[in-house]
Design a protein around this ligand. Structure first.
Ligand code: ADP
Ligand code: MG
Length: 381
């Protein structure tokens, strides 16, 4: 079956589309990536998305419009990807959508304890434009089963990276950084996965404020600064980093409020030092999480990285140092035939394929769900 996976993550940088040929089921599932394309959001769309995520008072009309607009943009992106390949028949689409709000842990709301999540980007619009059924809205089914609705990519990580002999830690560096630890010869229930904290999100916001750039291109600013040790140490004491997994994070933890507070504490420090320190926050919070929460559970050899953060050379140097101190060998998913920027889009093609066949694809040990769940909602043509 040929399936398109569509991902737009918390960085709100744009849309990744992966065309994937998939066969088999569950642990015998096999796939081949046929094509990956990235489409940046136009500036105004990015601003609207960021505003919808950060605003305490978004207009309901605008949120509704954004849902339909993103449906159109996703459909355009899939169409363009298809046109750039010889791929004949697209049979299914899996679209993650854009997360506007995610609260993985229940909290009191009007006399009930509510955990909730919201991804936008209308599946019906995509299905109508392409004449192909769409699976979207993957996270609520896991939450309804008692999970945190995230992370969902561990299913792909398990299919792709499990190994008879090697224990592997698979790390994605998107807006948020999350890892999947797969012990040697693991069963699905042996997998550990959680968000370690910020990936690029904090650095991106600081680059916007201090340098009017969307991100630190190749980590070149971070390469010129020094780490502000006291601020780094103080920030690493935040409760999120100390909390045991499973745990998830988003803009609610590391968005605007976090960044304003971080900036205040940096005071008059040179701008480049602030970027270097935020980059180190990502690198060191990841290494600490591996040391404290993963390595005590078993033996691991490989540390396999993906996501936009792979292009940040300063961050990658810090991760390399962290990995070698923990006796892990740093690799990227490119070494396994999956371009770093394509992995999450591939994941949503595979999750959609599972759903289409009424198969579950959450990993309860990763999300905290009480049971396996078939994820998502289907928009038929
Ligand atoms: N050339 C580059 N140099 C440094 N960082 C980059 C580069 N290209 C992309 N990135 C980083 O990757 C991020 C996008 O990564 P992505 O994996 O798409 O995250 P998300 O899943 O949150 O959308 C950008 O916001 C930026 O921080
Ligand atoms: Mg992205």
């Amino acid at each position: 079956m040929i399936v398109a996976g569509v991902m737009s993550g918390t960085s709100a940088d744009g849309i990744d589309v992966a065309l994937v040929r998939i066969q088999g089921r569950g642990s015998s599932l096999r796939f081949k990536l046929l094509r990956h394309e990235h489409f940046s959001y136009p500036r105004a769309v990015r601003e609207a998305v960021l505003q919808a995520m950060n605003s305490k008072q978004a207009s309901v009309a605008d949120l509704s419009r954004l849902n339909f607009l993103l449906g159109e943009l996703y459909a355009d992106a899939i169409k363009k990807t298809q046109q750039r390949t010889q791929t004949k028949k697209l049979e299914l689409i899996g679209c993650h959508g854009q997360t506007l709000y995610h609260q993985g842990d229940p909290a009191p709301y009007l006399d009930k304890n509510i955990a909730c999540t919201w991804q936008t980007g209308e599946g019906s619009v995509i299905a109508a434009r392409l004449g192909v059924p769409v699976v979207s809205d993957f996270r609520p089914a896991d939450m309804a089963a008692g999970g945190k609705g995230a992370p969902l990519v561990p299913f792909l990580d398990y299919v792709l990276f499990r190994d008879r002999r090697a224990g592997r830690i698979v790390q994605n560096l998107g807006g948020i950084a999350n890892l999947t630890a797969i012990p040697a010869n693991a069963r699905p229930e042996d997998v550990i996965a959680f968000d370690t904290g910020p990936g690029n999100m904090v650095v991106d916001q600081l680059m916007q404020i201090l340098f009017d750039q969307p991100y630190d291109n190749e980590g070149s600013v971070a390469a010129t600064g020094h780490i502000l040790d006291a601020i780094l140490e103080e920030t690493l004491q935040k409760p999120f980093f100390c909390r045991k997994p499973p745990k998830t994070a988003g803009r609610e933890e590391f968005g605007n409020e976090f960044v304003q507070d971080f900036l205040r504490r940096c005071g008059e420090a040179p701008k480049a030092d602030i970027i270097t320190t935020a980059t180190a926050l990502t690198g060191i919070s990841i290494a600490d999480a591996i040391r404290d929460f993963v390595l005590p559970t078993g033996k691991y050899q490989d540390y396999i990285v993906s996501g936009g953060g792979v292009a940040n050379e300063s961050l990658m140097r810090m991760l390399e140092m962290g990995a070698s101190a923990l006796r892990l060998k740093l690799k990227t998913t490119d070494d396994f035939g999956i371009p770093s920027q394509a992995k999450e889009a591939v994941a949503f093609a595979i999750l959609a394929y599972q759903t289409w066949h009424r198969q579950p694809s959450n990993i309860p040990s990763a999300t905290g769900a009480k049971r396996p769940a078939v994820l998502g909602k289907i928009s038929y043509v």
